[in-house]
Design a protein around this ligand. Structure first.
Ligand code: AHM
Ligand code: MG
Length: 336
């Protein structure tokens, strides 16, 4: 017979956020309201992603236009972008910045009542949509600065990642999983489709200190910096032990695996993308915040990702992220 001292409890994301806010007596509830807007948007997006195969003409494929990054825009990218904007527009968000849009969206200019800034990649890995591979949404939350004028929008947005109030992602995989941090650990929730709510599945996630999986697009190896090429030779040696290579090509999914199992993800500079491919503000910063909160690390090879001062909205960065010891190992080649 199984005995238990406590009843097994089900904790929803809403409850979890409210509990966390209770520990901050000055909290007004505004932040919880904002986070619930993001989770609502991801529930709507996941429903569209799940129906993609059924509604293929409406939601699958390319729109025929290119985004600010020059990439083909997928129909689901547009749907996801609009969904997040409409869910946040009703909340207390002042500025929305999407990887898909050239310019930020100012919800209500010149007011400090809408103090939050939300940056997001609405559908990361979208080139994988048509082949049923996991994709995801990434978000980062900042607050307007007190020390700059209301209308100096770029100064409010271009803050280093260490200023993030919260960050998270949702992976639309074999199940829909949301991970978030507000600087007090990383917490993970799984969407229960039968009740339509995110339910706590892992609290205070810790990334293993080491991990024998490296994740990189090795097809570009000859165009990586020499040091990274040497690291990629080293991982295959007897001295390194038995490493495996895992690369989905969907950053959210590759990061999710690295967070849970340990290892390292790399997107170094390449010949065609000398500044790296991934976006600092929509991809690297939020994942770096999560990685550090889980005990991992993130660097661009020269400095900590979270210390980088962004100069442009759609700035790209090289990225090495994952288990602390594995990131340090890459750096020992890169900086050594
Ligand atoms: P996206 O935001 O346009 O989908 O592009 C980012 C994606 C990441 O999800 C993934 O890590 C990377 O591009 C894969 O790039 P590559 O195909 O060069 O390996
Ligand atoms: Mg992306």
């Amino acid at each position: 017979m199984r005995t238990t001292s406590e009843p097994t409890s089900i904790v929803t994301l809403q409850q979890h956020i409210i509990e966390q806010q209770r520990e901050h007596p000055t909290a007004t509830g505004e932040f919880s309201w904002l986070l619930s807007g993001i989770t609502l948007a991801t529930e709507i997006i996941q429903a569209q992603v799940r129906r993609a195969g059924l509604l293929s003409a409406a939601v699958l494929g390319e729109t025929g236009t290119r985004n600010v990054q020059g990439e083909m825009v997928q129909k689901l990218d547009v749907i996801a972008n609009k969904t997040i904007c409409s869910c946040l527009g009703y909340r207390n968000v002042g500025i929305m910045v999407s990887e898909e849009d050239d310019e930020p969206t100012i919800v209500k200019e010149g007011t400090r009542t809408r103090k939050y800034i939300v940056l997001f990649d609405p559908l990361d890995g979208s080139s994988n949509i048509d082949v049923n591979v996991s994709i995801g949404t990434i978000f980062s939350i900042l607050q307007r600065r007190d020390d700059v004028k209301d209308d100096d929008v770029m100064a409010h947005i271009l803050q280093p990642g260490c200023q993030q109030l919260a960050a998270g992602y949702v992976v639309y995989g074999s199940s829909t999983v949301l991970a978030y941090t507000t600087g007090e650990g990383v917490h993970m929730f799984t969407l229960d489709p039968s009740i339509g709510a995110y339910v706590l599945s892992r609290e205070n996630v810790r990334m293993p200190h080491t991990g024998k999986e490296y994740s990189v697009n090795e097809a570009y190896r000859d165009t990586f910096p020499d040091a990274i090429q040497r690291y990629l030779q080293w991982v295959k040696t007897a001295e390194a032990g038995k490493y495996s290579m895992r690369y989905i090509g969907s950053f959210v999914a590759d990061f999710h695996r690295t967070l849970l199992r340990g290892g390292v993800f790399l997107y170094p500079p390449t010949k065609s993308a000398p500044g790296g491919k991934l976006r600092l503000m929509y991809e690297a910063n939020p994942m770096a915040f999560l990685a550090e909160q889980a005990g991992g690390a993130a660097t661009d090879g020269k400095q900590r990702i979270l210390d980088k001062a962004p100069k442009a909205l759609h700035e790209r960065t090289p990225l090495v992220i994952g288990s602390k010891a594995e990131v340090d190992r890459v750096l020992s080649f890169w900086q050594g």
